[in-house]
Design a binder for this molecule. Structure first.
Ligand code: CS2
Length: 487
């Protein structure tokens, strides 16, 4: 088993943490210790820890979900002393395996909420980062405001000293710091959102305001919420993948992570209480992240869900299969070059066509074996986040809507859970209830356009778009995806 005590005899070819773990502090608390965080932020921080003067920046991981799964995950982390292996694979199959030691501790919030609050209030905690998914910020897309009316937020507002949501925890942690005269921490969103720092600001200050106006004003004045663009394709790890990874590495790791060799992190340098020397390990610090994030979200993420929906309908299950299909590759290229790229304000020095070509090569990485069901999971939130700007600009400029409509149609048809070969699969849509999901099977093919996924452009005149979506859905049903693809 991978543990602190086995670090001295790792199999050949596996790199151990390059620092003394016992000396590593707990400067960062992270909510949402999923595979992406473990392949991205934790990997950057891990390399920082090997540099002189950086030992304060170890990570405390926090899991918010209890239940059997949450408990099992916490148990695995605790058993392995927070250690896990990361396998990075290139498109040509070359791989590198390292043991990541940056996460020093894992706290399961429902099991011990006070331990999490103590950690948040501790002066040693100087950054609170999070990967809580695109849909996790509880923002009403129509108003842009934090939603106070959900049961989870209502419960935290009614009992703010015993919170259960990330908003409740972070704001209670900040309240304790303010009361104790301790400087606040930076709140760092690492989710794929438009202006993720601003959205995090809206969310946390919005929650605090509903609780205590003075505290909200203090947070507003003293806490920083840097924007960031995060990027690394990190597939899910099922039992078969876990076994294959362990077989290849020679490790006995219950929590291995797999990722592509590419990684990018662009950050605004606004940290109110210090930060690790991330610039020394490849993180780019810029004044304005917006352009980088437009490129990433509207090209990679939007392309992902587009190819994901079309691919699932055609009977594919993996990302690389979609770009190996000449029709889908052509369609994705048309979407990027004709719809997405002309509307992106790319930062100086970023060549969108180079970016597009690199995307195709990244998507073709077979060793990553990224599943289309993962890519499309929570599509209702992703469509909203990844497509809204492109759709709004296209509507405003009277731009050709065919490909966009076809993408929306494919997403809706995909939700029906049956591919063109008649095989079924189970789309993962945690935010949609049964009535909403039933809309995709309604006889009225426009009915599903009422889903919140499309709220981002509902205030505009969408008649032409809606009609094109209905036509595309009919074409997909009658002639199949391939025949229906806009030329
Ligand atoms: C994917 C992302 O699930 C998705 O929406 O597009 O997880 C994607 O793999 C990452 O954003 C890559 O950085």
């Amino acid at each position: 088993m991978l543990k602190e005590t086995t670090l001295n005899h790792l199999p050949a070819g596996v790199q151990a943490p390059q620092y003394r773990r016992a000396e590593v502090g707990r400067g960062i608390v992270h909510f949402g210790v999923g595979n992406f965080f473990r392949a991205h932020e934790a990997w950057y921080v891990d390399r920082c820890l090997a540099l002189p003067g950086q030992s304060a920046w170890g990570i405390v991981g926090v899991g918010l979900n209890g239940g059997r799964r949450g408990e099992a995950k916490a148990h695995e982390f605790q058993q392995q002393d927070g250690l896990y292996s990361l396998t990075e694979v290139a498109a040509d199959g070359a791989r590198r395996v390292s043991v990541i030691g940056a996460p020093r501790e894992y706290l399961l919030a429902p099991a011990d909420p006070e331990a999490v609050l103590r950690r948040l209030a501790d002066p040693g905690t100087r950054i609170v980062s999070m990967t809580i998914t695109e849909g996790g910020y509880n923002i009403n897309e129509k108003t842009g405001e934090f939603r106070l009316d959900t049961p989870a937020i209502q419960a935290d507002l009614a009992n703010p000293r015993r919170p259960a949501t990330v908003f409740g925890y972070v704001v209670e942690g900040l309240r304790r710091r303010r009361e104790a005269g301790v400087a606040p921490f930076t709140v760092l969103s690492c989710d794929n959102l438009r202006s993720n720092g601003h959205i995090a600001h809206t969310a946390f200050v919005g929650y605090a305001r509903a609780l205590d106006a003075d505290l909200a004003a203090w947070i507003n004045a003293n806490v920083t919420f840097p924007c960031s663009m995060v990027d690394r394709i990190t597939p899910g790890v099922d039992t078969a993948t876990r076994n294959a990874l362990n077989e290849a590495s020679g490790l006995e790791d219950d929590l291995p992570v797999l990722a592509e060799d590419f990684s990018q992190w662009v950050l605004e340098d606004r940290f109110c209480n210090g930060r690790p020397a991330l610039e020394k390990v490849g993180v780019e610090f810029v004044d304005d992240v917006a352009g980088y994030e437009q490129v990433k979200v509207r090209m990679l993420n939007a392309g992902h869900i587009l190819l994901g929906a079309l691919g699932l309908l055609l009977g594919y299950r993996y990302a690389h299969e979609t770009v190996e299909d000449a029709d889908l590759e052509r369609f994705a290229n048309a979407y990027w070059t004709l719809d997405a790229m002309p509307l992106i304000d790319a930062p100086a020095g970023v060549d969108l066509d180079v970016y597009r070509r690199r995307l195709l090569s990244r998507f073709s990485n077979r060793a990553v074996a990224d599943t289309l069901l993962r890519i499309c999971s929570d599509g209702a939130s992703k469509v909203q986040v990844f497509w809204t700007d492109t759709v709004r600009r296209a509507l405003a400029r009277g731009h050709d809507l065919e490909r966009i409509a076809f993408g929306i149609a494919a997403y809706l048809e995909m939700l029906r859970g049956r591919d063109e070969r008649g095989e079924t699969y189970s789309p993962v849509e945690p935010t949609l209830d049964a009535d909403q999901l039933a809309l995709v099977n309604a006889t009225d093919l426009a009915a599903a356009l009422a889903l919140p996924a499309f709220d981002g452009w509902r205030d505009m005149d969408t008649t032409a778009l809606d009609q094109a979506v209905v036509r595309a859905r009919r074409a997909i049903r009658e002639h199949g995806v391939r025949a229906g693809l806009p030329r």
